[in-house]
Design a protein around this ligand. Structure first.
Ligand SMILES: NC(=O)c1ccc[n+]([C@@H]2O[C@H](COP(=O)([O-])OP(=O)(O)OC[C@H]3O[C@@H](n4cnc5c(N)ncnc54)[C@H](O)[C@@H]3O)[C@@H](O)[C@H]2O)c1
Ligand SMILES: O=C(O)C[C@H](O)C(=O)O
Ligand SMILES: [Mg+2]
Length: 613
């Protein structure tokens, strides 16, 4: 049951192995590409630029002769040269402070990104495990914090509060004719780093890099967007070099009017583009999701993508105990953080429990969750609770087992509840301290699970070393940002799983795009989560491995994307994409859908260039 047929298929494995070109882009000899430029303009366009790899025929055809050193290098030589300079950077910066090294690595990758996209995406795809921590969490957080100083060239689009009334024409300033995937933020909650205003643009850029690497979205068709509605970050408002609007954030109807206008403009130009909302503060994350999810093809990654990844982890934790999946309904789960991510996780986990056989005994009233926010345990006596949070509030007093008071501390809750899972989405680093982790040792589970999902690394609720030391070697650990596995000293390994929405959002976006879904339904999201949960074998689970390695992200994304396509077809939401209509999608078997999705993935390879001038 837990073996995905496609995962074992040699054909799919071949199709998706990171060293072989993928189909779609993957024909060994790519078709020619018409360029509307010549000479230096080509060298300065990262999409067409091949640097020293332009063959002589192309140098003649495109007016490049004499603009490059005479020796023609191969793609492989260029690749090796880059990797060598990256490795020497690592050697030369050994011993330097972590943040200096991280930014130096980000700079060298960013420079390649600005210069030669084909080479950039190839090194990213082939080395995704090493490079994801640079272009994505945790380094992307540091980049956002320092963005105004690091800024050299613009990437993506900026719509500000000052652009009201102009957005419909501004959207046509974007040079690419077609856009498939948009990631938008308003910078109000960047990872666990708070309001970073316009500097949050680093997040959509990083997420879209993951889209290209994992989902094979053509980089010419992605668009990172910053909605600059001001910032409430005093430090930034006072910073003379700050690049965003120096005004407090718009609120209420004024704020929504900007987002409405932006969504209308995007939809007018690219009606089939998928829009991913990212790192919006909680109130706007939920409000915009409700407002747009039935009108546009959009989703909120922090609410919905995170929920699916956490659900896959929670189901993995049940399997690790050797229990049947239905036992999920009996798991005691403590969630620390009742924000957009925490509430998203709780809602999806609850939905999943309600679908399990046997749960009808207790139905909606069944509450296996203990939720804490900055004021401690949330109970029904809490005033002014958001209805989304109120659903998970505990009863109060001696009727409630165990007896816990409003605002109880985390350690009190863990000691009394003895949860199977402790899950953090609080944005507070090291909050799972020694006392809390030692209390987890008394968990009712033979494999107590600790998920420290906050990003970046500095905000992780704890480290894997702490967990294996204080909870025990039978513990299970997952974190939002990457950590190294822990050697347990007896030849055994304590696995540091990465529970990050990067396992799902690329497949959700790709599946929505290829199905041509009118909108993204709960069923499509559920299918994505179930697909990820089923990816891991029983053997892996027994070892404490809950999530696959990031190096298989393309393979995972093809499967998740296919699951999403099939769910969209089943719900009659699919309108098809390009020349593949809903009927054709519907006639594909499960493995044919995975093949189809994999074939649609773009793969970086130099195409012969032909000038139209
Ligand atoms: N791993 C992933 O894939 C993933 C996905 C989304 C978000 N996240 C991370 O989750 C964190 C939270 O994101 P969010 O969007 O929910 O933020 P949010 O601001 O909406 O919510 C934060 C929540 O944490 C609570 N909190 C703050 N201090 C606390 C404390 N001392 N004790 C207990 N609770 C406390 C707040 O009251 C609030 O309920 C961020 O660090 C983000 O990077 C990780
Ligand atoms: O960006 C990430 O790494 C995950 C998540 O979307 C977050 O906001 O922390
Ligand atoms: Mg996010």
């Amino acid at each position: 049951m837990w073996r995905s047929a496609a995962r074992r298929s040699p054909q799919i494995r071949r199709l998706l192995s990171s060293s072989a070109p993928q189909a779609g882009a993957g024909a060994a000899v790519p078709g020619p590409c018409i360029v509307h430029k010549r000479g230096n303009d080509i060298l300065h366009d990262p999409w067409y630029n091949k640097d020293t790899a332009f063959p002589m025929t192309e140098r003649d055809r495109l007016g490049l002769r004499g603009l490059l050193p005479p020796r023609v290098m191969s793609f492989e030589q260029q690749y090796e040269r880059f990797i060598n300079s990256f490795r020497s950077l690592e050697n030369n910066t050994r011993g330097a402070p972590d943040s200096i090294v991280a930014l130096a690595k980000w700079r060298i990758l960013n420079r390649l990104h600005d210069r030669n996209e084909t080479l950039y995406y190839r090194v990213l795809i082939d080395n995704i495990k090493d490079f994801a921590p640079i272009i994505y969490t945790p380094t992307v957080g540091l980049v956002c914090e320092n963005y105004s100083g690091l800024f050299r060239r613009p990437r993506g689009m900026y719509f500000s509060a000052k652009d009201k009334g102009e957005m419909m024409s501004m959207i046509y300033n974007w040079p690419a004719e077609k856009v498939d995937m948009i990631v938008v933020t308003d910078g109000s909650r960047i990872l666990g780093l708070g309001d970073l205003g316009v500097q949050g643009i680093g997040i959509p850029i990083g997420k879209l890099d993951v889209y290209v690497a994992a989902a094979g979205i053509n980089p010419q068709k992605v668009l990172p967007i910053m909605l600059d509605v001001g910032t409430n970050n005093e430090k930034l408002l006072e910073d003379k070099l700050y690049l965003g609007l120096r005004q407090p954030r718009l609120e209420g109807e004024e704020y929504l009017a900007v987002v409405d206008e932006f969504m209308e403009a995007v939809h007018a130009r690219w009606p089939k583009a998928v829009v991913q909302f990212e790192d919006f503060q909680m109130k706007w994350a939920f409000e915009t999701l409700q407002r747009y999810r039935n009108r546009f093809c959009m989703f909120n990654d922090d609410v919905q993508g995170t929920a699916g990844v956490a659900l896959a982890g929670l189901l993995g934790a049940v399997r690790a105990q050797g229990r049947p999946l239905q036992d999920f309904t009996n798991q005691k789960i403590v969630v620390v953080g009742a924000g957009s991510a925490g509430i998203g996780v709780l809602s999806m986990a609850k939905q999943s429990m309600l679908r399990m056989p046997g749960i009808h005994r207790t139905g909606e009233g069944h509450n296996q969750f203990w939720v804490l926010d900055k004021d401690g345990l949330i109970t029904k006596t809490r005033k002014g609770l958001d209805p989304a949070v109120a659903r998970f509030a505990r009863g109060y007093g001696p009727d409630e087992v165990p007896d816990l008071h409003e605002g109880a501390s985390l350690v009190e809750v863990v000691k009394k509840v003895k949860p199977h899972v402790l899950l953090g989405l609080s944005g507070v680093g090291a909050i799972f301290n020694e006392e809390v982790l030692k209390a987890m040792k008394e968990s009712d589970s033979p494999r107590p699970a600790v998920f420290a999902m906050s990003n970046p690394t500095t905000k992780a609720e704890c480290t894997p070393d702490d967990v294996f030391k204080h909870v025990g070697e039978n513990a299970i650990f997952a974190s939002g940002s990457p950590f190294s596995n822990v050697s347990l000293g007896n030849g055994n390994t304590g696995y540091a799983n990465q529970a990050n929405n990067m396992y799902l959002f690329p497949g959700i976006g790709l599946g929505a795009l290829l199905s041509g879904a009118r909108h993204i339904s709960d069923g499509m999201l559920q299918a994505a989560a179930e697909c990820l949960a089923s990816y891991i074998t029983d053997d892996e689970i027994r070892k404490g491995i809950l999530f696959p390695s990031v190096s298989s992200i393309r393979h995972i994304t093809a499967q998740v994307g296919a699951a999403v396509v099939r769910a969209a077809v089943a719900e009659d939401l699919a309108e098809g994409c390009c020349d593949v209509g809903p009927r054709e999608l519907g006639s594909m078997s499960e493995s044919e859908t995975v093949d189809y999705v994999a074939r649609k993935m773009w793969y970086p390879i130099y195409s012969p260039l032909v000038s139209d001038k």
